[in-house]
Ligand binder design. Structure first.
Ligand code: ADP
Ligand code: MG
Length: 516
């Protein structure tokens, strides 16, 4: 039976996911999956009537690559996942839904049934990707209590672990922490201040298309180049050969975190080549990737208004921070040795579990154990027309790194008498041209008052909630107007329900019924 006083934290990673809860002793603990592992590959194998998630799915990239969906988190915010699976198109959040469903069922086996979860997202996720994450949870049959930023979760886990949070969950001394999170698919950097009950983000930045996968790819390209020079064929042409080679390269990368050299064997169409790689060569092949994270780190520190002297601690999380080059770079620019006391794979899930527990306590009428204050990672704007050039431009209303919740209003004037509707295009991004920004959608107000005079002010108020989600209200002559938001790249409530039914039917082995 579902226990409504049970909630778990889920770190839904691009490459690996983890689930944690608060155990009987009150400590956050990672829940092992049904394979007995602490982390589950976020990969889905579509195998006829069956959908297999996790380790077996990632293994299948070597034999059945065309039917494996991995890194679907990278595609959130797009309408469909970048490849067809068994001839079918899936929205990326539905693939996330399958992953979440597996995580849920595995955890329920050990701790009993539950619905309530907190899911983490990169701080640098935009509004559309945040919504898609919540939708993935919905499709998995979960109740998403909240989404929180991964670096914030890591900071909470750190606060807890260090015992600087006392019984009252308070941090005795103010600390400023720089969280550097380099995972498999995303890079996130956040400067946080923790004091008392307050966990406050001062600035955040990142790259949702930069992670361990890109380091793997560099090794792969290097090996393929050598292989081609020798045998004049390219194993990347065959998805399964490419999948096999990728697994070899990822393995070599891990070896290079522990040893000075590693070897990759490339085997394709009866030809084979063994390629040796030193740590030094690997660093050279990936220097520009490392430089990108360095640049963003410096920029974020600057945006926070602090200098390295003000930073008490550099905290690293994410599997890719195990690469020695990360520690070297951070030590070099900050003059401080990064703190690696948190488990790179579990910290984010632990922070989410602590957050979930706090939300349950709050719902039970207890005072919140801590306060999380975020900033928005992308500027919010509307598409406006430049009066002089009559070109479209991004009129920014809430600049990035504004403390949340934040709101801004914009007055639009009706441009003719008796106007019936207004339409506002909402975007996120820093560029002045709307095409380079992320479209959130259109806000339409249809029932404007009858015979409304020309130039009547129509007030549109935009509000970011603490978790970075957006709400909108529209007022005309002090009256709140009904409006609808048509989202650009999101699923409608009906589509969500139908995917949810599908995911649950697949689990029960009843796909045919759901398909029809
Ligand atoms: P995400 O949350 O984005 O899925 P994780 O934080 O779980 O990512 O980290 C996964 C990434 O860390 C993968 O790219 C993996 O190859 C990399 N990784 C894990 N262990 C090591 C290691 N020892 N050395 C280098 N990279 C590692
Ligand atoms: Mg992660």
């Amino acid at each position: 039976m579902e226990d409504s006083f049970r909630a778990v934290g889920i770190d839904l990673g691009t490459t690996y996911s983890a689930v944690a809860h608060i155990d009987e002793t009150g400590r956050p603990t990672t829940i092992v999956n049904s394979e007995g592992d602490l982390v589950t590959p976020s990969a889905v194998l579509f195998d006829g009537q069956h959908v297999i998630v996790g380790k077996e799915a990632i293994k299948a990239v070597a034999t059945d690559a065309e039917n494996v969906a991995d890194c679907s988190k990278r595609d959130l915010g797009q309408k469909i996942y970048h490849k067809r699976l068994e001839g079918r198109e899936y929205p990326p959040e539905a693939i996330q839904g399958f992953v979440l469903r597996k995580l849920k069922q595995d955890a329920a086996r050990l701790i009993g049934d539950f619905k309530k979860v907190v899911i983490t997202v990169p701080a640098y996720f935009d509004e559309v990707k945040r919504k898609a994450t919540q939708d993935g949870g919905y499709m998995a049959g979960l109740e998403v209590l909240d989404i929180i930023n991964e670096p914030t979760a890591a900071a909470i886990a750190y606060g807890y672990q260090q015992g600087i949070l006392n019984d009252k969950h308070e941090v005795a001394r103010r600390q400023r922490i720089l969280v550097y999170d380099l995972g498999g698919g995303t890079f996130d950097i956040t400067v946080m201040e923790i004091e008392g009950k307050d966990f406050t983000a001062l600035a955040t930045d990142g790259d949702v298309l930069l992670g361990g996968r890109d380091w793997d790819q560099r090794i792969l390209d290097f090996v393929v180049e050598k292989f081609q020079a020798e045998h004049a064929i390219d194993p990347r042409e065959d998805p399964c050969a490419a999948g096999r080679l990728w697994r070899e390269c990822e393995d070599a990368k891990r070896t290079l975190s522990a040893r000075e050299k590693a070897a990759v064997t490339c085997d394709y169409q009866g030809k084979a080549l063994r390629v040796e790689l030193t740590r030094e060569k690997f660093q050279e092949l990936t220097r520009d990737l490392m430089d990108r994270t360095e640049f963003t780190t410096r920029q974020t520190l600057q945006a926070s208004g602090l200098s390295w002297d003000d930073i008490d601690l550099v905290l690293t999380v994410g599997g890719s921070t195990r690469m020695p080059m990360v520690e070297k770079m951070l030590t070099n620019i900050s003059g401080k040795k990064p703190n690696r006391s948190l488990s790179a794979d579990e910290a984010v899930a632990h922070g989410a579990a602590l957050r979930a527990q706090m939300l349950l306590q709050q719902a039970a009428g207890e005072s919140p154990a801590l306060k999380i204050k975020n900033v928005n990672s992308h500027s919010l704007g509307v598409v406006a027309t430049d009066a002089k050039t009559s070109r479209s431009r991004n009129a920014i209303l809430i600049p990035r790194n504004t403390p949340l919740p934040a709101s801004a209003k914009r007055i639009f004037k009706s441009h003719r008498e008796g106007q019936k509707t207004v339409l506002v295009n909402i975007i996120e991004g820093e560029s002045s041209s709307p095409e380079d920004c992320m479209p959130i959608g259109q806000c339409t107000v249809r029932d404007l008052p009858e015979n409304m005079a020309m130039h009547t002010p129509i007030e549109v108020r935009f509000r970011y909630l603490e978790n970075g989600r957006l709400t909108i209200t529209v007022n005309v002559e002090d009256q709140e107007m009904l409006h609808e938001i048509t989202r650009e790249n999101s699923l409608s409530p009906e589509q969500l329900d139908s995917w949810r039914d599908y995911i649950l039917a697949v689990e029960k082995g009843q796909t045919e019924a759901a398909d029809g």
